[in-house]
Design a protein around this ligand. Structure first.
Ligand SMILES: [Zn+2]
Length: 289
């Protein structure tokens, strides 16, 4: 089965580099990406644009818009969700928006990433309105960080999945993808999908560990039954998307983990087809990893 991974990172962020060395124990490089993703039969991936201007600054208020993928030259088959820094947007609205639009026109852009919680703005804040208008103009979904932040500097009240409800209602022409299924507010994220037909969720970043630990989790029915049960109850498989959050977890074992919590009859949808429905731009370019 060919797979699309809708949520990875490919940016020079110090905490990601250290995680790859000592927690997920993988090769966080261009070569490491190509090898791991080919081996896992991932044919396309979407990188969440992110930058820090000095080591350890993430989430960085001083990063210019849009935040991109600056680890190395982009491998084939890797698409971009340019990241929005609302602090910079606040200082120079029109100039920053122009830069975001230029990247949308020039690069293989699949969506736009909003870092709720990392930056202290609710997703329905008026600061994001012109960004949502751009997303609508170019047919791009908005990927929203939801759940616990990978930095103690984040604020959880901005990243709770229920905050996306108000954005989904106020901006019905936009499509929202809640990243990480609101981890650990999974049930709240499911309520959001259940109610709002313009909301999807990616299943990335539910584990942050190395291969051995992912395999131990798969063997532990207490861990897998919990999420499998919630997802079966919510029954929104047509709006769930596979994502890994690489380099926070090795991709191949993580695919096996997600296979464990999603019934087999929905694998084709969750690992491939739903992504093409949400990220329509993936249909326009044909290069594979
Ligand atoms: Zn991520």
């Amino acid at each position: 089965m060919e797979i699309i991974d809708v949520h990875i990172h490919f940016s020079r962020i110090d905490s990601f580099i250290r995680t790859a060395e000592s927690i997920s124990r993988l090769d966080y490089s261009r070569e490491g990406f190509i090898k791991a993703f080919k081996e896992a039969n991932v044919v396309k991936a979407i990188g969440m644009g992110l930058t820090e201007q000095r080591k350890g600054a993430f989430p960085d208020d001083t990063s210019p818009n849009p935040m991109l993928l600056d680890l190395d030259d982009l491998p084939r088959g890797l698409y971009l969700c340019p990241g929005v820094n609302p602090a910079a947007l606040k200082k120079n609205r029109d100039g920053e928006l122009e830069k975001i639009e230029r990247i949308i026109r020039e690069k293989t852009v699949a969506g736009i990433k909003i870092y709720a919680g990392y930056y202290p703005y609710y997703v329905y804040d008026s600061i994001y309105e012109p960004v949502y208008a751009l997303a609508e103009k170019y047919g791009l979904p908005l990927v929203i960080h939801t759940g616990v932040t990978y930095s103690e500097k984040g604020l959880l009240k901005y990243s709770h999945p229920l905050t996306v409800d108000e954005a989904a209602v106020r901006f019905p022409k936009n499509i929202f993808v809640v990243a990480h299924l609101g981890d650990p507010w999974h049930l709240d994220a499911c309520a959001l999908l259940w109610k709002n037909s313009n909301v999807y969720a990616d299943l990335s970043g539910l584990l942050n560990c190395d291969k051995t630990e992912v395999e131990a989790t798969i063997r532990n029915p207490r861990e897998t039954a919990y999420l499998a049960g919630i997802l079966a109850y919510a029954d929104v498989y047509d709006r769930l998307l596979f994502g890994s959050d690489w380099p926070l977890v090795p991709v191949l074992p993580y695919i096996e983990y997600i296979k464990e919590i999603i019934p087999e009859k929905y694998h084709e949808a969750v690992f491939y087809k739903n992504a093409l429905n949400v990220f329509a731009k993936l249909n326009e370019y044909y290069e594979k990893i």
